[in-house]
Structures are given as C-alpha cells and as structure tokens.
Design a protein around this ligand. Structure first.
Ligand code: HSE
Length: 401
C-alpha cells in the first residue's frame, strides 16, 4: 500500500482526499496500486469530518514517517509551501503540487532537489485545472519542437467574458456574479488583472523552451478595461474576446505575454467558454493540438493532483525527469512583438486614423454615432504604441489573435 500526505485541507486538498477515497477501487483496478491518504496537514481541526482522524498540525510527523512516500502540496502561497516541499523532497518523498505560484517561482530548483534525492516533483494541477497538459508536453509531444502555445488559462475570467459576450452584461455585474458563484475571490486581482494566466503561460513557456521564463518579465494585461461595447463590436466582426496567454519560440528567443484578444469564430479557442480552459500547442511536426477541459474547481484540479500521485506511485525510488533549467530564457522585448490591433475612437478622429494607421474601413454600431472602430495592419507593439499615442480621439484598443 502506498501512503500519501496532503499539505493543506482547503478546496483542492479536500478534493484530493475525496478523489483518492471515492476512486480507490477504480485506481486499484486501473493501476494495480492501492493508494491511501495517511495524513492531512492543516492548522485547523475538522471535528465530525470523515477524515478527522488523519489531520495533523505538525509537518514533522509526516516528514519523519518513512511510510509516507508522496506528499500533495495544496496549500498555496510561497512560504510554508516552499519550506515543506523542500523538506519533503530532501527526505526523499516525492511531491506533487497544484500551486502555480510556487511552481513558477521555484519549479527548476525543486525539480533539481527532487533529482538529487531520487524522487520527483510534479505539478500537473498548476495548469489548466483538470486538463492533462504538462504531462502531454513533457511525455507525449517529445518528438516535436514546440513552436508556440496559446491558451485560455484562467477559468474565472473566461466565465466572466463568456457572460459578457452572451448576455451583454457589464464587467462589474459579471465580476459580482463570479464572486457569488465562488469562482472569483473577494480580491479578484490575481485573476482579472491577468497574473494567474501570466504565471501559467510562464510555466508553459519554460517547459516548451527548457529554460526559465520569469513571470515578472512578461507583459501582462487583464480584462478590467473590457466593456459590453467591446463585445458589440466583436459580434459585428464575428469574433469574441478572450484572455489569452501566448508564447512563441523563435530560435533562442521567447516571446510571451498575456492580454485580452479578439478571436474569430473559426479559431479553435473560440468555443472555449465558461470556466473551461483550452491550450493550443503548435509543434513543428505535429501542427496544432488543442487540449480542452475543466480549467478550475475542486474535483477537476484534485483529479490532476491525483494523476500525479499515481504517476509518482509508479516511479518510487526514481526521478521523473522534467526539462526545465534554472538558466533564464532569452526573452524578446515586448515592444518587438507583432499584432494587429482593433482600435475604438471618436468619429472626429478619422483623419488622424488615416494619416497614422492608413485606416480605410471603419466598423460602426447602430445607434453609436459618436464613435467607430478600425483594425490596423500587423505592426510591432512599439510602432502601434507610438501611433496610438498620437490618435487624439482614441477610446481603447484590443489585440487580435
Ligand atoms: N483562479 C484560477 C482560475 C484557479 O480561475 O483559473 C485555477 O487555477
């Protein structure tokens, strides 16, 4: 029997206990391994809970127990989670994590530490909720050079943008609904300002190029400025607006960023709605592959953690390799990235739009005599920013995917 400990009995941690309990016989049938949760580490007690007897408050009980082979880190944050993960790995216990903040900040170091102690560090659940994407990149798409990844990586903002699109609702209204539904936090900044998606694309970009793409160096723009009017224009163009994380690897250079983008109704990510996530990977031989599924939530995320537990249980005493070096990747400057841009402006700015952008075709909405919009040619961020700054009637701009 393989004994597991869970660090943190919050939403994901309690989901991990539930998945391993409910599916214990199924996991046994499919893998031949009997996996049991021995300890749950949490500050709180859970009187009357089914797993009450497994709860401990002292991490050393777990770290000193030679029976525990695998620890699931579902605590979040970078302080205790980092410390406990390092100590577990140093004790030769494999660790799997749903904590993208920790993975993004310390992934390569923790992988190295695991290697040195003949155990493993896996983090499938840090990306795309329940979608198997990291294992696919690391173990399935190995015959390819991954040239680009583009994804809807945040379930909360995708839920909000989908509502704005379908219902014509305003940003503030859908944020409140997302909070009431338990998707968005009371302080929603990490999701709506794009930081969560930023960390996720940084991890995916790092795995694609094998070096570290630091999230802090990426251009990250969230959805807080997107309005119901933007969606009216999008509909007119046969498009929707999604928060897109993207990276492209060209030679030694990595381009990576997060921003809202207009995407055409023929684009593979167009149909990724609600809290679902979608990750479009382009390999030089494969072409495109789309990974789609539940991007957030207790059981989908726990399912991914448990898939890591099973992978770890099947490789005890060995290190599962992961090509992600601490060396920093060469990041292309944001200013050099190229896009086409959708620009909204006051009707009075048409002459400037012609002289600055060569705009010839305008998009107009019925009943909106004050403003119109146009689409630019492809240009660098820098070129666009310089011209846009001179467009006195400018209202807003959105990149096009
Ligand atoms: N806040 C994240 C999201 C949770 O909405 O996608 C899953 O990583």
């Amino acid at each position: 029997m393989i004994k597991v400990a869970i660090f943190g009995f919050g939403t994901v941690g309690s989901g991990v206990a539930e998945v391993l309990d409910v599916n214990r016989a199924e996991i046994m049938k499919r893998t031949g391994m009997d996996i049991e949760v021995k300890y749950i580490l949490d500050l709180r007690d859970f009187p009357g809970h089914k797993f009450e007897s497994k709860v401990v408050h002292d991490v050393d009980i777990i770290l000193n127990d030679p029976e525990v082979a695998i620890c699931c880190e579902t605590m979040g944050g970078k302080t205790f989670a980092y410390d406990y993960t390092k100590r577990a790995l140093a004790a030769g216990k494999s660790v799997c994590s749903s904590n993208k903040e920790l993975v993004e900040a310390y992934g390569p170091e923790l992988i190295e530490l695991a290697k040195a102690h003949e155990c493993s560090y896996l983090f499938e659940a840090s990306e795309g909720g329940g979608i198997p994407i990291i294992r696919n990149i690391n173990q399935c798409l190995t015959a390819d050079k991954i040239e680009s990844i583009m994804g809807i990586l945040n379930g909360t903002t995708n839920y909000m943008l989908t509502k704005m699109d379908r219902e014509g609702a305003d940003y503030a209204e859908v944020l409140k609904e997302a909070q009431d539904m338990g998707y968005a936090e009371q302080n929603p900044a990490a999701d709506v300002e794009g930081h969560d998606a930023g960390r996720k694309i940084a991890i995916l970009a790092s795995l694609a190029c094998g070096k570290t793409v630091p999230y802090q160096s990426l251009y990250v723009e969230g959805i807080t400025c997107i309005t119901s009017m933007d969606f009216k224009y999008a509909a007119k163009l046969g498009m929707s607006i999604k928060l897109i994380g993207q990276c492209r690897i060209e030679g030694e250079q990595v381009f990576a960023m997060v921003s809202p983008c207009l995407i055409k109704n023929t684009h593979p990510l167009y149909m990724v709605n609600d809290v679902f996530n979608g990750v479009l990977v382009h390999g030089n031989m494969l072409g495109d592959a789309l990974f789609y599924g539940a991007g957030a939530g207790k059981l989908p995320t726990a399912s991914a953690v448990c898939a890591d537990v099973i992978a770890l249980a099947g490789s005890l005493g060995e290190h599962i390799p992961c090509k992600w070096a601490q060396e920093q990747a060469i990041l292309a400057p944001h200013e050099a990235q190229k896009h086409t841009f959708f620009v909204r402006m006051k009707q009075t700015g048409r002459d400037e739009a012609v002289s600055l952008f060569g705009a010839t075709e305008y998009i107009e909405l019925e009943g909106q005599s004050e403003e119109c919009a146009f689409v630019t040619a492809e240009m660098t961020e820098q070129d666009f920013a310089q011209r846009y700054a001179k467009l006195s009637g400018a209202i807003s701009r959105i990149r096009m995917a």
